[in-house]
Every structure is written in C-alpha cells, then in structure tokens.
Write a protein that binds this ligand. Structure first.
Ligand code: FAD
Length: 533
C-alpha cells in the first residue's frame, strides 16, 4: 500500500504541514523519533507575518487564549539593536505572539489529531530510496524496523535533517564561530523593574527595554520577561575562550559585567521549569541547495537555518513553508494541480529564505563589536528618522515584504502579496477575511457592484469558494486568494472590465487548474460564514 504523504519530524513545521494537508483532504503520517514532545527551551514566541498567517487558520486564538484578532506593535521595535520608531508608520507589520515552542507544538499536535492525522512517536526515519512510483522509507521504531511506501516524503526533521542528508542535498552556507551567546532564565531584583514600561533599570548603565537587544562596543545584552515565566537574560560576546565547563549563572553574571560594565545580581529562576541555562558558540547560516529532490521536499530548519542573534526568528519562515507547500502537494495528490504548481514551492520559499538570511546577516553585522561598527550605526540611526526606511526594515524583519510572481500583468499592488485582513459584511452578518480562510481553500471575494463575477465567469466547480460581500474600505473590489492567503488576482474596479475578467480567468487556471465553465457557485459559500473545521 502506498501512503500519500509521510512527514519526517513532528516539530512545529511538520505538524503545521500535517494540519494543512488534512484541511486539503490528504491525511499524512507523521514519523517523530522522540517518544514525547521535546522539553528543550527553544522559541520564546512568534514574530512577524506568521502571526497573521496563524490567525487565518484560527490558531492564534488557541495560542494566545484570546478571541481578539492579533494587533500590530505600533510603538517601538529593534533592527540590529537600533530603535525602530513604529509610531511613524501607518501600518506596522510587526506582530508578536509570546508563546513558548513547546506550547506551539502542543497546540499544533492537538489540531493535527483533531483533523485525523496519524502521529507515530518513537518512529525514526533511518533510510530512504525513490523509484518512479514512490519513496520507500526505512523506519526504526520500538516495535522493530519496518518500511513505508509514500508518494511523497517531507523532511521536517530539523537542522540536522536525516531526510536532507539521505537525499544527497547539500547545505551550503557559513559557520560563524566567533560569537558566543549565553542565556538563562533567572530572577532580577524586583525593584529594578519599571512597572510602567517593564524596562530593567540597571544602576550605572541605564534602562534596558524588555525584549530589545542592547549593544555596547563589547557585546550585546537582552532581557525578556516572558509572561508567567522568569525572565530570559542573554549576552552575546565575540572571540571568547573555548571551554567544556558546564554553563552556570556565575558565567552569565561575569559576561554581563564585561558587556555592560556593571553587575546585575541574577538569582536562580523560580517557578516550574524547564529553565534555560545555555552557552551557544557559533551559528550556522545555511540554505539547502535544493528544497526538493524528486518525491522528497524539505521545509523549516531542514531547508534553512540562520544565526538567531541577527533577528528574524526561524518559525516565521518555517511555518509559512508548511502553508505554502500544503495546498500545492494536496492538489498534486488529487491530480488537480496545474503544471508547475509544485515547483513554485521552491521558487517562492527559497526567495523568502534568502531574504530572511539577508536580514539576519545584516543585523548580525550591525551588532558586532568595535568602533567602526559604532560609526556605521550612527549613519543608520540618521537614516532611521525617515519613515520609509523604518517601514522597509520593519517589513524585512517581519518577512512582510515577500511578493510572489503571480504571472500576468500584476496590475494591482496587492497581487503577489499576503492578503490584508478586512472587515466584511455578508448576508449572514459581519465577518473578517481572516475567518473566511480557515478552511484553507481558494477564495474569490467579490465586493463588486452586483457581485456578479461568478456569473460572468460561469463558475461551477467546488474548487473555489466564492463569497459575495460588502466592505467599507474603498479598495480592492475583488480578490482571488490562494489557500496560503497570497493574492493571485485583484481588482479595484467597481465593475471589472473584460481585460480584468480575462486575467482572473487566467489566474484561476494557473493556480487551481480551473478551466472556464467548471467552477460552481456554492450557495452556502455565498450566503453564510464557512464553518470552522
Ligand atoms: C535557542 C533557540 C531559540 C529560538 N528562538 C526562536 C524564537 O524565539 N522564535 C522562532 O520563531 N524561532 C526560534 N528558534 C528557531 C526555532 O526553534 C526553529 O526554527 C524550529 O524549531 C524549527 O522547527 P522544525 O519543525 O523545522 O524543526 P525542529 O523543531 O528541529 O523539529 C524537528 C523534529 O524532527 C524530529 N526528527 C529529527 N530527525 C528525525 C528522523 N530521522 N525521523 C523522525 N523524526 C526526526 C525531531 O525529534 C524534532 O521533533 C530558536 C531556536 C533555538 C535553538
């Protein structure tokens, strides 16, 4: 028997892909070598466009515990440990969701199980080979070794990906070994914390804003008071002597003294662990030479890693890889994928990864020690008074400047971009666009006069949801969204002209293989909110 999709790795990105495939009607098998989810403290939260993406699937609510839509940070952020004044912007792209990685994994695993995904814990991929029909996967499990045949294997097995190595895919890039990052959950003197701003007032140094890296000519310092947890305190230094000694709070205290020039009396963390106490020397910045090899695809850290110190957290990239690949792979398996659809995964996500690597490397260069870097930073600080520079850097950091090539004229500025959320009025009542995309289906949103796009195109197929609505906002008047919420076509005309209708027809064909006269207008989709699965 051949399984449609096997996912190697039940970390956040593998589980997200499993959810996406399931929403599209394909039930994958997830093989995860760990018997239980890892307790290793990794991500402290999600940053950037991924937060909006998770809102498009109803997952923000589960992660934040709040039914409110996510709100952007419109005050202050950092780029290379320099202030970005987000109040200069009309539309801040910086969204943050402070949730630890183990909770993200827990929520995604619960969702995957709800959607019928089979997760085999304690099962490790140890070998693979491909033929014309399938991938044969060798699995080691507590019950013994066995083989699985799958039409596609996805390597979501992290930075040291076995899938990538067994597929002979190189992982070129650089290992930067001059930098040492020390981090620990620790207590700080309560009277040093400003109750109004949350800043840490360090006598002899000054205020350290929470979650914002600070640079001195000797290194970096950051203070991250996570809700419900002891603060995470970190330093970054260059050219430190190597040591095999276990990391300790004393070592972090000494590092802080070197970086800030003053003492910070850290205490052991209170509350329930696990607590971080780590020293990481060096960092890899690498992008896989291919994201696909025949029937094998890579997502997340298996496809790209970069040094976290430079900013631009990994899950912003990896979770969106999963969302990009899910609907395309499902269409391929159903036999409805237009030519070239699956190849667009690599084209689109490689450019997103390279952009994020650029961001991380630029920020790493700006926080390096030395007076020459200080000079560079002074120039940058002047540039950062310009709102358009702040906008560009905020978008770069958030991964919000990604624009995919959609083919055609791409006349409307939203084409190729992640669709903004909109308040809509449908016959069934008000709804946010983000709520209409939770089924992960293609969506034609018709806000035109008379809402007659479907009739004009004689759409009759159930591959595309069609929602007629009204919006207070002046533009756009119609949008065709891919399941990953990127805009494949848009119009600003109250009555799109024949040329625009032709480009809409071409977009339906290009992305969903929908030929003229084969799309059915669903009465349900037109008249009520889609059900949240
Ligand atoms: C200290 C630290 C802090 C970080 N902070 C942030 C942050 O604040 N925000 C952020 O967005 N990102 C952060 N990151 C990055 C983020 O943790 C990673 O990008 C993320 O874990 C990648 O997810 P993944 O699913 O691709 O891989 P992983 O999380 O590595 O998951 C891979 C899974 O595959 C399993 N596996 C491996 N090999 C096999 C095999 N052969 N067979 C079966 N299963 C296998 C592993 O057991 C694991 O469960 C941080 C990383 C570190 C190390």
């Amino acid at each position: 028997m051949i399984t449609d999709v096997v996912i190697a790795g039940g970390g956040p990105n593998g589980l997200m892909l499993a959810c996406e495939l399931s929403l599209a009607g394909v039930r994958p098998v997830v093989l995860e070598r760990l018997p239980e989810p890892s307790e290793e403290p990794k991500a402290n939260g999600l940053l950037g466009q991924v937060v909006k993406m998770l809102d498009r699937r109803g997952l923000c609510e589960r992660l934040s515990g709040s039914p409110e839509p996510p709100q952007p940070n419109s005050t202050y952020f950092m780029f290379g440990a320099m202030g970005l004044d987000l109040s200069l912007l009309e539309d801040s792209p910086i969204y943050a969701l402070p949730v630890p990685q183990r909770r993200i994994v827990q929520v995604l695993q619960e969702r995957a199980i709800e959607l019928g995904v089979e997760i085999r814990r304690g099962h490790e991929v140890v070998g693979l080979s491909q033929d014309d029909d399938a991938v044969t996967i060798d699995v080691a499990s507590p019950g013994g070794a066995y083989h699985l045949r799958a039409r596609h294997l996805i390597g979501a097995d992290g930075a040291h990906s076995t899938t990538r190595k067994l597929s002979g895919i190189g992982f070129p890039g650089i290992t930067y070994d001059r930098m040492t990052v020390r981090s620990a959950h620790a207590t700080v003197p309560a009277d040093w914390v400003d109750p109004a701003t949350g800043a840490l007032n360090v006598p002899g140094y000054g205020a350290v804003s929470p979650f914002m890296p600070h640079r001195t000519e000797r290194g970096g310092f950051s203070y991250a008071p996570m809700p419900g947890h002891p603060p995470l305190v970190s330093t970054t230094e260059w050219d430190q002597p190597t040591t095999d000694a276990p990391m300790s709070l004393d070592e972090l205290r000494a590092s802080i003294r070197r970086v800030l020039g003053v003492d910070v009396p850290l205490g052991p963390p209170d509350g329930q662990g696990p607590h971080a106490l780590r020293r990481l020397t060096g960092g890899n910045t690498r992008v896989a030479e291919r994201f696909a090899d025949g029937r094998v695809f890579l997502i997340g850290d298996a496809a790209h890693v970069y040094a976290a110190t430079g900013g631009g957290p990994g899950l912003n990239l990896g979770l969106q890889d999963a969302v990009n690949l899910g609907w395309k792979l499902a269409a391929e398996i159903r036999g409805s994928a237009p030519s070239g659809l699956l190849n667009s995964y690599e084209t689109e996500r490689r450019s997103a990864a390279q952009r994020m690597v650029l961001n991380a490397q630029a920020q790493a260069a700006l926080i390096a020690p030395g007076s020459d870097v200080t000079g560079l930073r002074e120039v940058f600080t002047e540039l950062l008074r310009d709102p358009s520079t702040v906008q560009r850097l905020a978008e770069l950091t958030a991964g919000a400047d990604v624009r995919y090539a959609m083919g055609g004229r791409e006349a409307h500025p939203l084409v190729g971009r992640f669709a903004p959320d909109m308040e809509l009025h449908t016959p069934a009542g008000p709804v946010r666009l983000a709520e209409l995309t939770r089924t992960a289906r293609p969506l034609l949103l018709d806000l035109t006069e008379g809402a007659s796009l479907a009739e004009t195109l004689a759409l009759r197929h159930d591959q595309v949801d069609i929602v007629a609505a009204r919006s207070q906002a002046p533009a756009p008047t119609a949008l065709l969204l891919r399941p990953d919420c990127y805009v494949a076509w848009a119009s600003a005309s109250p009555r799109p002209d024949p040329m625009e209708i032709e480009t809409l027809r071409a977009a339906l064909q290009r992305w969903f293989g929908v030929a003229e006269g084969t799309v059915r207008v669903s009465g349900q989709a037109r008249s009520r909110r889609p059900e949240h699965r």
